[in-house]
Design a protein around this ligand. Structure first.
Ligand SMILES: *Cc1c(COP(=O)(O)O)cnc(C)c1O
Length: 455
């Protein structure tokens, strides 16, 4: 069901929040206006105003929202379902798969490139430099291995200990297999990787620098242009993981001269669970690089069925095997929606939402033992805010039960993702009110301290 009341819902939900809060705070008396701290009211009213002035507010109706009372703050792990994706997939299933059958491949064969061109516009790349392929993990392997092959005399790979685990594991595997020196910088988990630290660790032995642009834990934005330039000056290639950047902040790959990048489509690009990742290779590097998984989708004349592998020209040589078509269409629809809204408008709202969330946290959560674990400056953050609390895991479970969906990140952090296309300011006010009520009343203490398999 599509929520066609979405435009009015945040205001209604926000308006009900102070009463709920008054009723549950320890020693609560019936909520009366004069008993409220004025700054809370001010913050609530400001949220309402920000929603009323929000140029992207209409995009909320473009998503399937079945339970408007649930505040979804995990769009950076799995974006919501766009209405157009649901409709497109139904059509593809009925018409293309159901009726055209194998003949559909004449269209499907172009899907990765078409989607790649839409994503290129969101990450500052050119047409023909981006395609859909495999998962982010597999792409990291293919691209890192290709880069290492292109720098045969060099024996070192540079990353940081705040990088996403899959990135670290893949680099560990490559380093072990190739007997390379894996240099792991220490980064502050709240502030992210620093360009100066990368600069200091670069030398003539480094073949590849592999980092995340927006840190998965804190949301800190790395200095992509500065680090890329420093790596190039040292003769290394750079591979950026854009999983938390694509669809949330502008990236500027071409402008910075980035060599290689990859990222997820199921987070801010709303491509759906398990949707294929995208990969980017700068055009002039495409003929020079060879990736290590030689499959028939990367072959020059795929349907010649020739006996000898000869890599295709262009970005197609980074493909491997048959792509997931249904998920590919979902990735295309999701990316189109972001492209339609425009990445600058999305990023501006991400800054406003996260800024508002930090203000709410300062005013209402800091007294309960929360501390900001993300950068405070607007330009230094992506589209999530992380809060430290020693009981973060228990709080996370209680919050989900009370219909606010964040996620937990080790060791003691609550990650609150905002999705500029569908998160409202009013929802953030409600989420923080519920969070405050839970912790003030100690309701989280009834939940297990032991973590579950999926957080
Ligand atoms: C989510 C995420 C991934 C996930 O990779 P998959 O191969 O899709 O599982 C990788 N890197 C970063 C930085 C992420 O945030």
């Amino acid at each position: 069901m599509v929520d066609d009341r979405a435009r009015t819902e945040p205001t209604r939900a926000a308006a009900s929040a102070p009463a709920a809060e008054g009723a549950t705070v320890a020693g609560a008396r019936p909520a009366v206006a004069s008993a409220r701290r004025p700054d809370h009211d001010e913050l609530r009213i400001r949220g309402e105003r920000l929603d009323a002035e929000d140029p992207l507010a209409g995009y909320r109706n473009r998503f399937v929202i079945t339970d408007p009372d649930t505040v979804y703050l995990d769009g950076n792990s799995l974006g919501r379902l766009p209405v157009s994706t649901r409709d497109r997939l139904r059509e593809v299933i009925d018409v293309e798969w159901g009726t055209e059958l194998i003949r559909g491949w004449s269209r499907w064969i172009e899907l990765g490139r078409r989607t790649g061109d839409v994503i290129a516009g969101l990450i500052g790349a050119e047409h023909g430099e981006v395609t859909l392929s495999d998962s982010t993990s597999v792409n990291l392997y293919k691209l890192a291995a290709a880069a290492l092959d292109a720098r045969p005399g060099r024996r070192a790979v540079l990353t940081d200990d705040d990088n996403f685990p899959t990135d670290q594991y893949l680099l560990q595997g490559l380093a072990e297999a190739g007997d390379l020196d894996l240099r792991v910088l220490h980064s502050d988990p709240d502030r992210g990787v620093r360009a100066d630290d990368v600069g200091a660790a670069l030398d003539a032995d480094v073949a590849l620098v592999c980092l995340s642009h927006v840190a998965y834990r804190s949301g800190a934005v790395a200095d992509l242009a500065g680090i890329t330039m420093a790596a190039h000056e040292a003769g290394a290639l750079v591979l950026w993981d854009l999983s938390h950047s694509a669809g949330s902040v502008p990236v500027g790959l071409s402008e910075a001269g980035v060599d290689l990048a990859t990222g997820c489509t199921y987070k801010h690009l709303n491509g759906g669970p398990g949707a294929p990742a995208f990969l980017y290779v700068r055009r002039d590097l495409q003929p020079v690089l060879r990736q290590p998984i030689w499959g028939w989708f990367g072959q020059a004349d795929q349907f010649d069925m020739a006996g000898r592998y000869q890599p295709a020209d262009g970005i197609d040589r980074f493909l491997v095997g048959t792509p997931p078509v249904l998920s590919g269409y979902a990735a295309l629809e999701g990316a189109r929606l972001s492209a339609e809204a425009g990445i600058e408008a999305i990023a501006a709202k991400a800054r406003a939402l996260t800024g508002y969330l930090i203000e709410l946290a300062d005013a209402r959560l800091a007294p309960l033992g929360f501390r900001l674990a993300s950068p405070r400056e607007d330009a230094a953050r992506g589209a999530h805010v992380t809060l430290y609390h020693p009981q973060a895991w228990q709080i996370c479970q209680a919050l989900i039960q009370e219909r606010v969906i964040p996620d937990f990140r080790t060791p003691d952090r609550l990650r609150l993702g905002v999705a500029p296309l569908y998160t409202s300011f009013g929802e953030l006010y409600v989420a923080v009110s519920r969070l405050r009520d839970i912790v003030a009343a100690g309701r989280h203490e009834a939940f297990p301290t032991q973590r579950s398999r999926v957080t």
